[in-house]
Design a protein around this ligand. Sequence first.
Ligand SMILES: NC(=O)c1ccc[n+]([C@@H]2O[C@H](COP(=O)([O-])OP(=O)(O)OC[C@H]3O[C@@H](n4cnc5c(N)ncnc54)[C@H](OP(=O)(O)O)[C@@H]3O)[C@@H](O)[C@H]2O)c1
Length: 384
Amino acid sequence: MSESVQAATTDSIDQTSIDRRWLGRAAALALRGHGGAEPNPLVGCIILNVSGDPVGDGYHAHCGGPHAEVRAITAAGEQCRGGTLYVSLEPCSHHGRTPPCCDAIVKAGLSRVVFGCVDQDADAGGGQKILASHGLRVDHVPSSACDEVLSPFVWRKQTGLPWITVKWAQSIDGCIATRSGHSQWISGPSSRALVHRERGRVDAILTGIGTVRHDDPQLTARKVRKRRTACRVVIDPRAELPVDSALVRTIDEAPLLLVHGPKANRDALQLLHAKGVITHQGEMKGPRLCLQNVLAALSKKHDIATMLVEAGPGLIGPLLEESLVNEIAVFIAPLLVGDPQATPPLSGRAPADIAAATRLELRSRHTRGSDILLRYGVNPKSTG
Ligand SMILES: NC(=O)c1ccc[n+]([C@@H]2O[C@H](COP(=O)([O-])OP(=O)(O)OC[C@H]3O[C@@H](n4cnc5c(N)ncnc54)[C@H](OP(=O)(O)O)[C@@H]3O)[C@@H](O)[C@H]2O)c1
């Protein structure tokens, strides 16, 4: 390789790693929109001036509100001229609820746009061509950080299913409850506050009748600033939800939806209905509810893009078996239960050897008071 070719190659590698770093920052900004932007994608944007200094940033905060690019351009003002715009998703080219971002980018006088994910949407996509036709330099630099923040949106587009995060709190020796089913409280106040925060950002919280029976939870977001009110959904094939349960008693605080099978007690359903519970007869697959079809139907009918699962092994196991889980968040508390009959987080799997166990991808780890929070990505194809 000649010296000049080698220098050019090294320069472009350096530029790509610089671009990836800014795109990573844009992806982190995008996450701030969680709970406000959905069902739109989470998008973040950073603008550098002509000298390469950051002069403005923005994220998509509300569905129907200004896009990340427009917020960043507004923040940077005149300093956009000749600068570079980094955005996690290709700028949109269409008139939706807001005008096309491409127009705003051209008008702001930016000279380069770098984006992390191609917009596959038939209406909104194609922004890169439009920008290039106005003389801007446009680079698509694939970025795993940008892919990750966009994945809930892409998943729902491709499958019609909500993006599902399963959360549980466990002892160090892997128990989520004692053998009698007692579980309150395993994690500490700081972990529980984080769960309430997430409850105030998702569209739905899913549980099973087993958890209702043991814990009588409210599943509402308390003592946090809510960005949306999640619908509480109970998988209850025989409609056994007690009318005096905390879920029913708090019906004025958040909607409650019960998913039952065809053999559910009709009188019980009527009573629950009279209390304001929305009832949904789920599609069956043999003797059990077909969770995939149930979730797809709820996602479509109630516009549920994101769902938090707070359940026991009887529901978490089947959700994983049916490859419906996208992420797992585990709070590990400094507790030892020491009972092989205590409740594990999931059931139904019995791999003969470790190679057959489901391997997850560790996404992050944090300390919450005296607990540790581990977040894992689940590759749906690797489960079941
Ligand atoms: N530590 C934590 O973070 C945490 C969180 C929540 C719960 N928990 C603990 O978990 C325990 C409860 O666990 P659990 O397994 O009994 O309750 P669960 O997971 O909340 O609910 C299980 C119920 O869901 C039903 N179900 C699941 N898939 C179904 C399908 N495809 N069709 C029809 N029905 C379906 C099951 O029906 P079948 O009976 O027919 O299988 C069962 O009735 C409690 O001790 C609670 O304290 C701990």
